[in-house]
Design a protein around this ligand. Structure first.
Ligand code: BEZ
Ligand code: FE
Length: 294
């Protein structure tokens, strides 16, 4: 039997995967093992620190359920989700709208709204009109695109965080007309802290990091023949734009309110055209994109 060394354990752990039949799985677990071992060596991880790490991950698992995904929050706050999103979506490689994180508050089956429908159901807050078009990269309207939109209330809470969390609010589905246009009503969203009463919140506190996301509205836009776009619009001037706790805010997605008056009521307006990549163009473009350039 050979003498056990740290480098030997790494070699052994990698060698034991040699019979794995799935090349991608093998590549991923090999790299992960290498990086984890290097990390432990680099910081000279002690048994107590290893134990604390295990307890932290256990707490992340315990608080996770169908309404709260602490693992995604951990990935988001460490910047991992942002990197995966950037690599998958080749932001800036075409005229298509940049993507942004889905986050944990998206819900399937949001109620449908007609043109000018109010997704806030008259909730208190500064009135907002959101309007624009869904276009393709040639500037042509995409008719019949399905838009899911969701946001926090003006006091920074998603419906899932409210007492009556089965009730859907501040979210809806809209469909573009023949001219690619959509328009809905809501209230101005506010910046908000990500859920901070769990292990990820304690981690942020220990690292002297604030838990805030800048004010934003989420969009998920799907249309046949086009790549589904998951994105968000961020409000200009928000104090957390440059320090988004989940690294999701992007310059190209920052919008300003315009003041408008409809029927005597002052409302702020956001106008934005979303541009979708066709499924075909994405496939072609992907081959040209070297992974290391992200
Ligand atoms: C969100 O924007 O809804 C979000 C994204 C990542 C973590 C928490 C919230
Ligand atoms: Fe959000």
């Amino acid at each position: 039997m050979k003498t056990l060394t740290a480098a030997g354990v790494t070699r052994n752990a990698i060698a034991r995967m040699s019979k794995c039949k799935d090349p991608r799985l093998k590549q991923i677990v090999r790299a992960l093992t290498n990086h984890l071992h290097d990390f432990a060596r680099e910081v000279r991880l002690t048994p107590e620190e290893w134990q604390a790490g295990i307890e932290f991950l256990t707490a992340v698992g315990h608080i996770t359920d169908e309404k709260r995904q602490e693992f995604i929050l951990l990935s988001d706050t460490l910047g991992l989700s942002a990197i995966v999103d950037l690599m998958a979506n080749r932001n800036g490689a075409s005229s298509a709208t940049d993507s942004s994180l889905l986050g944990p508050f998206f819900r399937q089956g949001a109620p449908r709204f007609p043109v000018d429908g109010d997704v806030s159901h008259g909730a208190p807050g500064h009135k907002l009109i959101v309007a624009g078009r869904v276009l393709n990269t040639a500037g042509e309207p995409v008719a019949g695109a399905l838009i899911d939109t969701w946001q926090a209330s003006s006091d920074g809470l998603y419906d899932l965080q409210q007492k009556d969390s089965d009730q859907m609010n501040f979210r809806g589905r809209l469909q573009t007309g023949a001219d690619g246009r959509f328009r809905f009503r809501s209230v101005k969203p506010s910046s908000y802290p990500v859920p901070s009463d769990g292990p990820v919140g304690r981690m942020l506190l220990a690292l002297a990091r604030h838990p805030y996301r800048p004010a934003h509205l989420h969009f998920k836009i799907a249309a046949p023949g086009y790549r589904t776009l998951t994105t968000a619009l961020y409000i200009a001037g928000d104090r957390y734009l440059d320090s988004d706790v989940v690294f999701g805010a992007k310059k190209s997605l920052v919008v300003s309110y315009r003041r408008s008056g409809t029927n005597g009521t002052a409302a702020a307006t956001i106008e934005f055209d979303f541009i979708l990549n066709s499924k075909e163009s994405t496939k072609k473009g992907k081959r040209r994109q070297p992974a290391a350039s992200v």
